[in-house]
Design a protein around this ligand. Sequence first.
Ligand SMILES: *Cc1c(COP(=O)(O)O)cnc(C)c1O
Length: 731
Amino acid sequence: MNAAQTNNTATATHLLSTCPFGTFFGISQKIFDDVWQKLKDPATDAVAYVSMEIGADPDVFHPVKTYMETHGFTESSDQRVSALLKRYLKGPRKIPNYSGGLGVLAGDTLKSFADLRIPVVAVSLLYREGYFSQIVDSKIGQIDHATRWTPEETPTLFQLKDPVNPDQPLTIAIPFFNGQHHPTLIPARVWMKMEINDLLDYFVPQFLIDYSLPDAPPWVTESAHQLYNAKSTVIKANQRRMLGAAILPLLEALNFSIDTIHLNEQHGVTVTLHLIFQELQSALGPSFQDTMTDAEIIAAANRVANKIVYTIHTPVKAGHDRFDRDLYATISHRAFQRILNLFAQDEEFSHEYNFTAMAMRLNRAINSVSRLHRDVTKKQFPDFAEKIKAITNGVHHLTWISDNRRRCFDPIPSLSNWRKDPGCFARLTKEDVPLLMEPLRSAWDADNRQLLQFVNSMLKSHREQMLETWIDPPNHLSHLPESDWLQPGVFTIGFARRFSTYKRADLIFDDIPRLAEILVNNNWPVHFLFAGKAHPADEPGKSVLKLILDNQEELYLRSKGLGKLVFITGYDMQVAKLMVAGVHAWLNNPKRPLEASGTSGMKAALNGVPNISIMDGWWVEGYHQGQTGWKFGFEGPVEQADLSEAPESLLYTEDADDFYRLLPKVLEMFYQKPDLYMQRAINNLRLNVPIFNTHRMAAEYVKQYRLQLDPDIHRAVDRFHGLYHSEHKVI
Ligand SMILES: *Cc1c(COP(=O)(O)O)cnc(C)c1O
């Protein structure tokens, strides 16, 4: 901050900015105007990033709050600022608009775009009941209920105002066809969250479309309130088109000029229907619907395809939307169906539209999210094999590196620029190792203590809650004396992610007597910390969660109290951040090759924490023998048959067996050769931080978008891009 800014800070008004859509807090007027102007300027190559979910909870990364705390701004003489400050410092900081990896990736990506100053806007939906909140009862298992949150009270969210009637919220009219020829216009409101970068000198606006208005028709209301509501296929189809239909009216209302639409997964692909309509209208005039030929539709679609970039995120069937043609006939226009008939046909089921197929057909670039996933996707979609490239996922290093770890990176000379350049970890040398070793060890211990404290206080609150509610504590430890709870110095292994069956959360408990024997024979205590949510409609996923609860007592008794398995309820980004830094090893055991990438293991690696993982997703790229962690389980070539998610093909026995052979090696190193274990942590930093961060990933996307950018931005992008090419390795 320069002197002029410091003078202003007494009131913090320099972080206030105004435009016809309202007054916002967190960024200076000048920067706000620069960014907004760029997005409006047809000469800028700007991108709209479209995602069904965005996870960017301010409680894990909030540069504005950090700035205000550092400068001691707790009061302001300016009334507007004073009210905002109170909310910023004390208000709720969760925006529960995500379910898991896809949403968190979207949030991390936007943050890196902001750090790199790339002109991007993001579009998603606002869910007034979030995804769902999780209660866990040891007898019942997971119980889901609506998340209570108020966007109105969430400090980083701003509802846009109507420029003509500044007292009123901006309302945009979104066209829907419900079997009719003419659209019904559904009103929606717009919330903005700014992804402001660490230096507070750039931001990426995120727009959340809010369809939950008091007089919305019932079909809108029931589809608007909850992310991935699976009560019916119609609700699912409606959610998808609510996203796809909102993009153009939003950009038009803001007068933004966008050249590229990035579909983060195919959920928003119906935007192409609206774009093709626009193209046909301008080519053929207002009565285009009566005159258009298939050839004209295809020509229009080709022009539209040129604007679309598509990222496919999973080989798992449930991730790909298909809708019955009859159902779609009731919620779309006849002309839309002609387009769908040309581009959304399913090769296997002629009575269904396949939206993944449509996204595959209508784009100028397709990417998968790791190298292995690229190879799998090519097998799944051989017609597009030529086009499918890999851009391996990353995570936002400033979000996921813990405060304690940050403090030990700062004094290391070769890491002095790590906040701006995660690539600098590649320059860690032998001379740095002794400098880093002890500080990293104590940072890790501190993060571990913080995590154990969090878990122990959860055990306590569950015990207390039992007296007031009917909920049976999910962890048997809640019933034991506190002296039997988690203790520092004990090897702590973490597993947390959505409970989908292919992720096999219960894999390592396949043979509890054998697992217990490993601990007892060597007198090795171990904490097993598990967390995650199963989709409310995913009964098999919920059974796996219940099994984790059911295994606790048996493991505890058989291991003579050495093995403590704890389920942490309410997994979210904050719990994730505590876990990835506080554990000693991060476990991932999906059935290969169904984990397209996985990102939680990268969050651990960025804190130096070794992974113990199946060779799937990113780990195929992040595993270096004897250096970054351990691998186990099946790693043969991947064939079509391996894509099966059927229970009998999930390879439990084989992969668990391999885990039991590996585990003693890990525990022996941890307990008997702690310096070797620390070496592994440092190697993780050196080998994996430069690659598995979203700056490198965003740079690969920017190349893919083919944007014309300012020369200094280009240079930064080129530097990150030079670190690694997901298609083939550079360093
Ligand atoms: C990172 C993250 C995920 C993704 O975990 P995977 O292991 O990649 O499935 C899911 N949920 C939350 C809250 C996360 O922070």
